[in-house]
Design a binder for this molecule. Sequence first.
Ligand SMILES: Cc1cc2nc3c(=O)[nH]c(=O)nc-3n(C[C@H](O)[C@H](O)[C@H](O)COP(=O)(O)O)c2cc1C
Length: 163
Amino acid sequence: MKKPAMETPQNKQLLILSHCPSINTQALLNALESGAMAAQTEALSIRSMAFIDAQPEDLSKASGVIFLCTENIGYMSGLAKDWFDRHFYYASEHCQAMPYAVIIRAGLDGTATSKAIASIGQGMSWNEALPTLVCRGEWRENFLGQAKELGEHMAVSVDMGLV
Ligand SMILES: Cc1cc2nc3c(=O)[nH]c(=O)nc-3n(C[C@H](O)[C@H](O)[C@H](O)COP(=O)(O)O)c2cc1C
């Protein structure tokens, strides 16, 4: 006799989009990924890609997004901006209320990048799920723990449908 079909868990994906031009920012990404992976479940997968490689079909599979970028010359890094330029209309039309979180590595400030991403997120009707983490000033090892925690928190929130 045929076995009844197993109930498949709902498939969700947390997408991490990043631009990491230095050893420190690469370490931040590794920490973020390890936090998110720690909360991965059968129902939630984690995907991590560079902004420059991402296309709208990658976004279409996501149930939540984490952005990680640097601040350069008073604004988000050019490759992060390029992603918003290429995805703004798609994200506004097809991904309304998408939960997102942001990590900014800013050697000096980070305010302009934080405000710009919040404003673009509002424009796309996305849902800012967690307070933005700005890793500001001289490099500190505790940025890694903060990034890891944010990754885990976001993954659990998306998985459980809390955001
Ligand atoms: C050309 C250039 C411009 C920068 N402009 C800013 C800026 O406007 N605001 C800021 O907070 N940091 C600025 N920084 C510092 C970067 O945010 C920082 O170097 C980057 O996030 C990488 O971090 P790390 O140096 O710890 O590897 C700038 C760095 C470079 C190379």
